[in-house]
Design a protein around this ligand. Sequence first.
Ligand code: ADP
Length: 255
Amino acid sequence: AGVLSLYFILKGPIENMRHQVMEVEEENRQAENIRSEFVANVSHELKTPLTSISGFIETLQAGAVNDPETRDRFIEIIAIETARLKRLIDDILVLSDIESRMDTSDENINVFNITDDVAEMLEPIARRRNITVINEIDDTLEIKGSEDKFRQMMVNLIENAIKYGKDGGHVWVRGYETDDEKIITIKDDGIGIEQKDLERIAERFYRVDKSRSTKVGGTGLGLSIVKHTAALFNGELKVSSKPDEGSEFSIVIKK
Ligand code: ADP
């Protein structure tokens, strides 16, 4: 066998390898694009409250501090914007923790206990809007994974259901299993989401209505955290919603 036949024997496998290398390069490029887009978004989101804070401080320094009413109003705005910065940074940290996949704990999580805890923790916010959280989780339902991460998903979904719920409304938390899936749903009878926004709401920093979301203190990262975390549980985030009727978010975990 000459060099030529050796070439023909190896040609296929070499082509194959070249293909695979190109695919890996393409994946790296895509990951890099997502990363730089994320950094650009983060910088923009951090700059907005910072610009506002420094603007109000400058105006105070320029003399507004001498008028007690203006002073108090500006300080109030600075406090709100600072709290917003803190929430953003907390969310970004949670999101990057997910990406690094550091927490690989494998606990047996009782879903009822966690959601009950979370509902209790959020009760003060719910009470302010006269919203009732009803926990109908099957109390034998268990899933495996990191309890902290699971709790975070429940906080984000139940808190959203309250934030975007209606005064005097309800939040239903349900959990059950079928032959091949475990399903946890958070349903509200609040403002709902329009069809055109539905597929985008789990994108990082996506908010349906910036002014409305800002009013209720959103960062636009909550659902993207839920979506990424659900994947760690071998699960998926699903949403159905109707404007003015309410929304239902489900975590569907393959058994
Ligand atoms: P945010 O911090 O703004 O709440 P999220 O990622 O948690 O960010 O949600 C993204 C957007 O999806 C929100 O700004 C809101 O417009 C919409 N949304 C989330 N949950 C609900 C819900 N239960 N009902 C109506 N709209 C919702």
